[in-house]
Design a protein around this ligand. Structure first.
Ligand SMILES: *[C@@H]1O[C@H](CO)[C@@H](O)[C@H](O)[C@H]1NC(C)=O
Ligand SMILES: *[C@@H]1O[C@H](CO)[C@@H](O)[C@H](O)[C@H]1NC(C)=O
Ligand SMILES: *[C@@H]1O[C@H](CO)[C@@H](O)[C@H](O)[C@H]1NC(C)=O
Length: 365
């Protein structure tokens, strides 16, 4: 009982810190059930928009807010359980990479992948707004619009003010030297600047499909239409698209180690620091948008959540989690409130309170 109580107390305190703009009574905060009838209502819905539909000044504002988080130094790692003070210049931005790494195993290759990242992306968005005064739309990158020529996607723009930058320079360990994030300083896994290494094939796997065959409107449509009621299979497709964008962009987004780290020290180390590239947030908002669309396509999708396959002969797949449960509290870090998947099913309800702007569906050939 004491444990439950302190969890609730921590939960309450953190909600008040993270989402202090939301008026929340003690009684409401102590409700253990995420029962719609008892939750506060959204005061307004924030809007999420495709990056290329933002105006230049909206893009510039978003870039400025990200750089603002990255300019706020704080030495103590709030995410570490023991509050360890670590050496070096670290920023509030770096904390997101760190927490992603800290709970890596709880957030990937399992049933919690989509709900965990929905909440994580929301926490980042909330930080931009509450700490750095951002008030514009939350951007996502619909990469399927660019499948014909991913290398020349308009996401990769030069502008120092609003551009996310182009590919890295192979002579400089793939450091990004263009756009607003040129020489963007990062702390993890060692201090370095943002890197990208665009590629269609990583050469890591046999029979690898080039990314321009998977990141397509047709693949997305199939994944959405052919998985009705089956969260496990839908999420499997999202995980593949997720990996393909990380791997296509390469460098920090693919978790490749900076050259300064000896190869044999690198194994599995950089993997988890993928939020180093601000593209991380636009990519995860896109996956979140696809999940949201899938949820609203069919009533059996909305609250579908499962680590279980529908097809019994697939039970040998080690990624199935027979205990996956929409009430399970997903682990985050000590600064962030922990939530169960069912608390984030409805993006248009408290505590999320956002919607995706209608987008014209790209024409399929
Ligand atoms: C960039 O990616 C290519 C594969 O497309 C690889 O051969 C090369 O080593 C990578 N460069 C760096 C600096 O990681
Ligand atoms: C993918 O890109 C390669 C290299 O540019 C090209 O040869 C191939 O036709 C593309 N495939 C698709 C399906 O667009
Ligand atoms: C989409 O589904 C159709 C029908 O099953 C199939 O013929 C097609 O190859 C699929 N396309 C992709 C990209 O998976």
């Amino acid at each position: 009982m004491a444990v439950v109580h302190s969890v609730l107390l921590l939960w309450t305190l953190t909600v008040l810190v993270v989402l202090h703009s939301v008026q929340l009574s003690r009684a409401q905060a102590h409700h253990r059930n995420w029962n719609e009838a008892q939750l506060p209502k959204c005061k307004k819905l924030l809007t999420r928009k495709e990056w290329r539909t933002l105006t230049q000044s909206e893009k510039a504002e978003w870039v400025k807010a990200v750089k603002c988080l990255a300019s706020i130094r704080h030495e103590r790692l709030s995410f570490a359980k023991d509050h360890t003070v670590l050496e070096g210049k670290r920023s509030l931005y770096d904390d997101f990479s760190y927490t992603h790494a800290l709970v890596e195993h709880s957030a990937h290759r399992n049933a919690y992948f989509l709900p965990w990242h929905r909440w994580f992306t929301h926490l980042f968005d909330t930080s931009l707004r509450e700490t750095c005064g951002y008030s514009g739309p939350t951007p996502y990158w619909d990469w399927s619009r660019d499948h014909k020529d991913l290398f020349h996607s308009p996401i990769f723009e030069d502008s120092h003010e609003y551009g996310l930058g182009r590919n890295g320079d192979p002579e400089l360990d793939c450091a990004v030297t263009t756009g607003a994030f040129a020489s963007f300083e990062l702390a993890w896994p060692i201090p370095h600047t943002l890197r990208r290494n665009l590629t269609l094939l990583t050469g890591w796997y046999p029979h690898e499909l080039p990314q321009n065959r998977t990141l397509t409107p047709e693949y997305v449509r199939n994944a959405t239409e052919q998985t009705t009621g089956d969260f496990f299979r839908f999420q499997g497709h999202m995980a593949l698209l997720h990996n393909h964008v990380h791997n296509f962009v390469g460098g920090d987004l693919a978790g490749s180690c900076p050259q300064a780290i000896p190869e044999d020290h690198c194994n599995g180390m950089a993997d988890s620091f993928t939020p180093n590239d601000p593209l991380f947030w636009l990519h995860h908002a896109q996956l979140d948008r696809l999940w949201n669309e899938w949820q609203r396509r069919d009533p059996s999708n909305f609250a579908a959540f499962s680590g279980m396959p529908l097809v019994a002969q697939d039970m040998s797949d080690p990624s199935y989690d027979v205990d996956a449960n929409a009430d399970h509290m997903m682990p985050f870090d000590i600064r962030s409130v922990s939530v169960p998947p069912k608390a984030v099913f409805d993006t248009e309800a408290w505590p999320l309170c956002y919607r995706y702007a209608d987008e014209e569906t790209p024409v399929l050939e």
